[in-house]
Design a protein around this ligand. Structure first.
Ligand SMILES: [Zn+2]
Length: 273
């Protein structure tokens, strides 16, 4: 089977197109990755090319040895992923040490996977373990209001989570663990990958201050849906904040506890105090 005819490739490209249409990807901003199932790898094996050399990942992901991932390419515009998937994306194989990768499909006009390769792979490694293999998608975008929030809300997991939860009732239902936040760091290397992976031990979303958002999910719909939910809540927060720094009323601690009871949620109560 051709990669371009598969459900996973189509799902990847549709997610990219939807995210572009939501305005999350100026120029070449943002990047995505997807961990293929063994069945998917087998189904497209004839369409893969194993001639290219292995290159350094820039970090170690031993648990991912031998696995295959679909990635957006470095410098590629998300705007073109749907129409030019083979030119803008690739499938990579991780070597048996978990320190190197090689491109086995795509990037037909040259290039390499996103510069956030270390962060994506370290996140995959954490989430694969934490979810017993359920999570397969790592999604990174530059949503305006999430970024704006990081200039006016203290950069702690509790403060950012509470601001998001309080802005839209269904947020705690969608992310009852909350979100993590890391302070501004230079992107594209191992250091930010390590810090993000630490947060992914506890949360399915991590805010990069003054930069954007990383989400982890089991499928493409849930990945973009999660980011959309966080960004919409941040949008409401920033709109309220632009009008006043004093809310007349809000969703209270008691309201959150009632919500948790009604929806059978284990809400992170440390963030309610
Ligand atoms: Zn970014």
């Amino acid at each position: 089977m051709k990669v371009l005819d598969t459900q996973f490739c189509n799902g990847f490209a549709t997610m990219a197109n939807d995210s572009w249409n939501l305005g999350y990807h100026e120029r070449n901003g943002g990047n995505f990755s997807y961990r293929l199932t063994d069945e998917e790898v087998d189904s497209v094996r004839d369409d893969l090319n194993f001639d290219r050399p292995f290159a350094e990942i820039g970090t170690e992901v031993p648990d991912l040895a031998g696995m295959f991932f679909m990635f957006t390419g470095s410098g590629k515009f998300i705007r073109w992923v749907k129409e030019k998937t083979a030119e803008t994306c690739c499938i990579i194989e991780i070597d048996e040490t978990g320190t190197k990768y090689r491109i086995v499909w795509g990037l037909t006009e040259g290039g390499r996977p996103t510069s956030e390769l270390p962060t994506h792979l370290m996140n995959h490694q954490v989430k694969m373990r934490k979810t017993n293999g359920a999570h397969r998608v790592i999604f990174h975008c530059h949503p305006t209001n999430v970024i704006a929030m990081t200039f006016v809300v203290p950069l702690t997991d509790a403060e950012i989570t509470r601001a998001l939860w309080e802005s839209m009732t269904e947020c705690p239902v969608i992310f009852p663990d909350g979100v993590g936040v890391i302070p501004w760091m230079s992107c594209g290397g191992r250091a930010i990958a390590v810090e993000t992976a630490k947060k992914m031990e506890h949360y399915d979303a991590v805010v990069w201050a003054h930069h954007g958002l990383f989400c982890s999910a089991d499928n493409f719909d849930n990945a973009i849906g999660f980011a959309h939910c966080v960004e919409k809540s941040a949008d409401i927060y920033m709109k309220v904040r632009a009008v006043t720094d004093h809310k007349l009323q809000t969703i209270t601690k008691e309201n959150f506890l009632e919500l948790a009871k009604d929806f059978g949620l284990t809400i992170n109560e440390a963030f309610l105090n």
